[in-house]
Design a protein around this ligand. Sequence first.
Ligand code: C2E
Ligand code: MG
Ligand code: MG
Ligand code: MG
Length: 283
Amino acid sequence: RAKAEERGTIRFFEAAMDQHIREKRLLQRDLVVAVENKQFQLYFQPQATTEGAVVAFEVLLRWQHPERGIISPTVFIPLAEESGLIGAIDEWVVREACREAATWVNPLSIAINLSPVNFQRGDVPGMLAAVLAETGLCPKRVEIEITEGVLIDDFAGAIAILHAVKELGVRVAMDDFGTGYSSLSYLQAFPFDKIKIDQTFVAKLEDNPQSAAIVHAIIGLGRSLKLPVIAEGVETVAQLSFLAAEGCAEIQGFLIGRPQPIAHYQSVVSTLDGTAAAAKLAS
Ligand code: C2E
Ligand code: MG
Ligand code: MG
Ligand code: MG
């Protein structure tokens, strides 16, 4: 009986797997079309000082699927990484984001996520240099965000690429800090300009003493290494207060503003005074 039950479980499991794989293949096929037809839209989320002055926007990609509606990057970025489409997608994002930022009266920075995969395959410094030349955007206004995983195979190669990126005047932030297996060795090996505290720690700040201790430690680490720290996923005033008291430089999260098409933030990018604009955001 146990055996029969086991077989049943396995069959159920296999069916679920088949379904999952079929679904994945369908989406992967659609993604090829999406790249060709540019079914993507840039969303922008403000990054602000703890006083509320907007200093930058993170660029977050959305896929406008013709039948399924908006698809999250947590779903399609891994598919793009597997199928080799990520190079074309990230290059498109960089170009569109730089083109957009170049039109702003307020010279705010943009933070762009780049897949670790592109550090192993593509020519990231070359691509960035070409887009900066093409759009005329000042390189100091560009920051790239990368997560751990970049150099698993080729530590030395990745360090060289990051130095070449910084040579252009582009800054490099370590995204999702504290969630990987080797955050500290990454911090030691790579020339990062900024640390982004992962939102999972921020989310638990108020009711988990461990999370509060970790956030406290990361901010202290940033201070010792002279690296600015930004906290992501800030949703409440209590979280903001904690981070401000600890000396965290910047915050990002729904409390300041959600990721939105840039039209939503037109008043911020078209006026020179970031503080006034931020006050407008809050009201
Ligand atoms: P990430 O770079 O760590 O981005 C932060 C994620 O947290 C975003 O999810 C953002 O919408 C979300 N978020 C921001 N504030 C809050 C908040 O207050 N509360 C909560 N609960 N969430 C918040 P999103 O937009 O779904 O992006 C997910 C991930 O996809 C990003 O994580 C990034 O790793 C990746 N991604 C997004 N756009 C791109 C892109 O153009 N290229 C690449 N390679 N990856 C991208
Ligand atoms: Mg990011
Ligand atoms: Mg992050
Ligand atoms: Mg992330």
